[in-house]
Design a protein around this ligand. Structure first.
Ligand SMILES: [Cu+2]
Length: 81
């Protein structure tokens, strides 16, 4: 996943129940974090989180660093089917 001022390059990540995800954050512009509260994920630039999605649903992710005027728009969803 790449982040810049002020968006993530993916607004939607589609997965299947049981998938194990490896999510790496790379900031191409600005300082951002990536948080997926439902999976206790909160990573900074260059970090990787690995987690398994074991329940169907829609889970929000967002930027976890107060990065500036566009911060509130830095959101997306993980959709598990
Ligand atoms: Cu931000």
């Amino acid at each position: 996943m790449h982040a810049k001022n002020f968006e993530f390059d993916k607004k939607e990540i589609k997965l299947h129940v049981g998938d194990t995800v490896k999510l790496t954050l790379e900031n191409t512009d600005g300082v951002h974090g990536l948080e997926v509260p439902d999976f206790n994920v909160n990573i900074k630039n260059g970090e990787t989180a690995t987690f398994t999605v074991d329940k169907a649903g829609t889970y929000d992710f967002n930027c976890s660093v107060q990065c500036g005027s566009g911060h509130d728009n830095m959101t997306g969803q993980i959709i598990v089917e």
